[in-house]
Design a protein around this ligand. Structure first.
Ligand code: NDP
Length: 276
């Protein structure tokens, strides 16, 4: 039986609609009050500009408004985003530490990450892509506790936080990275696979245990002359092969990507409510 496709777009649309209606209810009696996001985009990376354009589009749609300036003290701004990676001459750790904790809607402030890493602590905000992955698992009824979860990637923004979230939910977590020996054998043990290694279609169908849940975070452009833009986007998993063997799988695009943006809106709305 082919795998169930986890429709991230539909789930994210539902979450966004819910936020929109909650927000409308919330601001009924206070027409001047709106959640606001400030986005800091430094440099001219084309992929960063695309992400920001997508975020702007959704933010505007939800009635949020944004400013491309740092406004820790601006009461109209409830979330501050620093688009990563920063140009090399900037110190990422120092820049992220400058964002006030209660506006750190990306959850990348070292204190937020530290609290995420510790047992019994609660970060103010959880990073959006990892939070979106957990939301996809929860909303498709996947049991996490006791499962073998294998994560490919150990970046600060995806691999490490998703590993911590799954560990907090009582999965047994294996983290693979570029130095891991025999990744295939590790993946074969997984009940839940989270692929975030940025390697196009790296995980093959025959690496996947029948019935496993596959969350594909990867977004990789590969040349495709049949497309007007000259490329198409693929994940870190061979999607066609995964469909044949997995229990459920997220497509790329239309899986984790839309959830990242929905979680960003959720974090912003939380921050807004905290300030009322
Ligand atoms: P990074 O490049 O920062 O990290 C990649 C990670 O994968 C590293 O930890 C690296 O190991 C590891 N890795 C590389 N090769 C292998 C391999 N063969 N086997 C196992 N692990 C490997 O990427 P990001 O975490 O920022 O992003 C990962 C992917 O997710 C990208 O395709 C990106 O575009 C996508 N992405 C998607 C988002 C979404 O909303 N859907 C949001 C953010 C990212 P090492 O540490 O040893 O170098």
């Amino acid at each position: 039986m082919p795998a169930k496709i986890i429709d991230g777009t539909a789930i994210a649309n539902g979450i966004r609609a819910q936020i929109k209606s909650d927000l409308e209810e919330y601001i009924k009696n206070n027409a001047d009050s709106r959640p606001g996001i400030a986005v800091l985009l430094v440099g001219d990376r084309k992929d960063s500009a695309t992400y920001v354009r997508m975020k702007n589009k959704v933010a505007l749609e939800l009635g949020f408004y944004k400013k491309i300036r740092q406004f820790n003290n601006d009461p109209k701004i409830h979330g501050i985003l620093v688009q990563l990676p920063l140009p090399k001459h900037l110190n990422e750790e120092r820049v992220l530490s400058e964002v006030s904790l209660e506006k750190d809607i990306d959850g990348f402030h070292p204190i937020n990450i530290g609290n995420l890493a510790m047992k019994g602590r609660k970060p103010t905000f959880v990073p959006c892509t990892p939070k979106g992955c957990i939301e996809l698992l929860d909303r498709t009824g996947v049991e996490i506790a006791g499962k073998n979860a294998v994560i490919l990637g150990r970046s600060n923004i995806v691999g490490i936080p998703i590993s911590l979230l799954l560990l907090h939910r009582n999965a047994t977590v294996t983290i693979c990275h570029s130095q891991t020996k025999d990744v295939e054998q590790k993946v074969k043990q997984a009940d839940i696979i989270v692929a975030a290694c940025g390697q196009p279609e790296y995980i093959k169908g025959d690496w996947i245990k029948p019935g496993a849940v596959v969350i594909d975070v990867g977004i990789n452009p590969v040349d495709d002359s049949t497309k007007k833009v000259g490329y198409r986007l693929v994940g870190d998993v061979n999607y066609k092969e995964a469909l044949e063997v997995a229990g459920s799988v997220t497509p790329v695009p239309g899986g984790v990507g839309p959830m990242t943006i929905a979680m960003l809106m959720q974090n912003t709305f939380e921050s807004f409510k905290n300030k009322q």
